[in-house]
Design a protein around this ligand. Structure first.
Ligand SMILES: C[S@@+](CC[C@H](N)C(=O)[O-])C[C@H]1O[C@@H](n2cnc3c(N)ncnc32)[C@H](O)[C@@H]1O
Length: 223
């Protein structure tokens, strides 16, 4: 079991393939039927890069995440809590994850995950309207966004401007087809880069294939 770049995400080779894990801060937690490996007295949970764009970006060689032990993170598009549950392992008991999604159907599941993992809290809110949750969420070390919306870049920039501390990291998992299905994903990636560069400094960038087709991952810092 080998940690990748001190990111709190580990990899282990099984035959020709790497399998990815986080070290569980709640041993015994099985939220998603994940494989468990015991190593060095700890419990490790398998996280699949085909299901988590955060881990796909790390598997593709990301050099900076800003998601570290003790970090406070605003997670936009938390869905059922799959990736948030692994990010909760990475930030550890001193970190905190504000998990937001606007779909009641998925937030119902998210609530159960948050009940078992004390460093996560769910919010049923629309990320297009950060002013509606501004009073409930403090400034954070990182804003992570994974929502398939046409306006996903605008939503990301607005939330970073409102919630990111100076020196904090913004992480955007971008789905090109949601921005414009008629354009080539590579052209959308270029266009998004230009928009982000007006307001922020891009510190890392990965395309997520073969884990996620037509997706890119940007890591930014406030100027
Ligand atoms: C691809 S899923 C997220 C998967 C999750 N990040 C993971 O890795 O486990 C996208 C989620 O974004 C949510 N979403 C889309 N638009 C949103 C918005 N404007 N505000 C809040 N959530 C939104 C959807 O309800 C959906 O649950």
């Amino acid at each position: 079991m080998e940690e990748i770049n001190k990111f709190g995400v580990y990899k282990k080779r099984f035959g020709k393939k790497y399998v990815y894990f986080t070290k569980s801060i709640y041993p015994g937690f099985r939220g998603f039927d994940e494989r468990i490996e015991k190593f060095d007295g700890s419990e490790f949970r398998e996280v699949r890069p085909e299901r988590s764009k955060f881990v796909a970006a790390i598997a593709k060689g990301l050099m900076q995440t800003g998601i570290k032990p003790g970090a406070k993170v605003l997670y936009l598009g938390a869905s059922h809590g799959y990736t948030p549950s692994f990010m909760s392992d990475v930030i550890g008991p001193d970190g905190f994850l504000f998990c937001l999604d606007f779909a009641p159907r998925v937030v119902k599941d998210l609530v159960f995950v948050c009940e078992k993992r004390k460093n996560m809290v769910p919010f049923l809110e629309n990320a297009c309207h950060p002013e509606t949750y501004e009073d409930m969420i403090p400034k954070v070390d990182a804003v992570f966004q994974d929502i398939a919306q046409r306006e996903q870049v605008k939503i990301f920039v607005e939330n970073c401007n409102m919630f990111l501390k100076q020196g904090g990291f913004g992480l955007l998992a971008l789905k090109a087809r949601s921005v414009d299905v008629t354009k080539k994903p590579k052209d959308i990636f270029k266009q998004v880069r230009a928009v982000l560069e007006k307001e922020m400094v891009i510190v890392d960038y990965r395309e997520l294939d073969p884990f996620e087709k037509d997706h890119a991952f940007f890591v930014v810092k406030k100027k």
